[in-house]
Design a protein around this ligand. Structure first.
Ligand SMILES: [Fe+2]
Ligand SMILES: [Fe+2]
Length: 302
């Protein structure tokens, strides 16, 4: 099955779902407002406060280990000032994606899935920092949404996807290869099809489509390579989902590693073992963050 056929199949599957969740109206409005260079923090805060779930999630994210404020931030306006309006766009997008899919049950164990996603987000940010990638926030968000297509498969193709998950428990193949073989498409094409429907920015579409083959990325191969390596690290460090993935990897043989070394030649000297210990330290933070986000939202003060 070639790439075009898999894309066609993904479009058909996504198109066939009448009740595909949509991104909340507030998120779209926030995105539009932020296009206005004269927009005031108050306007954005007022708009976001009209959506209590989004507000609560933003507050949890801002107080999480990812942003490390020196003291707890309790008002949304202060959160937006602390974060900077530049980052609000991404935050609105992420919290909405979580909101749309976070609570629904399907074939996947959702906590494990989001732990993987946030883990890949955090590790992507760490790698981005190490190689001097200019937009750490973008790396973080890309990590969180890279496997979005899996949530679709888990929810809307529940039984066939269960078979895929069973299959990889018994056969030494990667999840993505089992999907191609048994479903005729993969979470990458499915995710891309959804991301396009939701008008995600091109760089995020690129990551969703190419995080397993960053060499084919067309918009931002470095970003795709960051997420690819981060995905591999998380999978071998226990931040994984969907049963055994038969993952072992040798960094020097990874296409993504070559892409990153071209960007940051100093990477070749990186102490991989030490890096892995750093990641192990981050695992409890990720688990705490995910349980914080999915616990019942609290009301935030304006
Ligand atoms: Fe993936
Ligand atoms: Fe992944």
């Amino acid at each position: 099955m070639d790439k075009n056929q898999m894309m066609e199949r993904a479009e058909i599957l996504v198109g066939a779902v009448d009740d595909l969740p949509t991104i909340p109206v507030v998120a779209t409005k926030v995105l539009q407002l932020l296009d206005d260079p004269d927009v005031q923090v108050e306007e954005i805060a007022d708009l976001m406060l009209s959506d209590q779930v989004m507000t609560a999630r933003v507050m949890k994210l801002i107080n999480s280990p990812v942003y490390k404020p020196t003291q707890e931030i309790t008002s949304l306006k202060r959160a937006l000032v602390y974060l900077g309006l530049r980052h609000v766009r991404e935050l609105a997008l992420t919290t909405s994606v979580i909101d749309v899919f976070g609570g629904t049950s399907g074939a996947l164990e959702l906590n494990a899935f989001w732990e993987h996603s946030f883990g890949v987000g955090m590790v992507s940010k760490i790698i981005a920092q190490k190689i001097g990638y200019e937009d750490l926030e973008k790396a973080y968000i890309s990590g969180i949404i890279h496997d979005l297509g899996e949530v679709f498969l888990s929810n809307f193709l529940q039984e066939p996807f269960m078979e895929v998950l069973e299959y990889i428990k018994a056969h030494p193949v990667k999840l993505i290869d089992a999907e191609a073989q048994l479903l005729g498409t993969t979470h990458c094409e499915i995710g891309l099809s959804m991301a396009r429907k939701w008008n995600f920015p091109d760089a995020y579409c690129d990551v969703i489509e190419h995080h397993h083959n960053p060499g084919s990325a067309t918009v931002d191969p470095i970003l795709c390579a960051i997420v690819n390596i981060s995905d591999l690290f998380c999978s071998v460090r226990g931040l994984n989902y969907g049963g055994r993935e038969w993952i072992s990897f040798n960094l020097s043989e990874e296409e993504a590693w070559t892409i990153l070394k071209n960007k940051a030649p100093g990477l070749a000297q990186m102490d991989i073992e030490r890096f892995c210990y750093e990641l192990d330290d981050a695992v409890p933070d990720v688990s705490a963050l995910v349980s914080a986000i999915f616990n019942s939202p609290e009301k935030a003060k304006p």
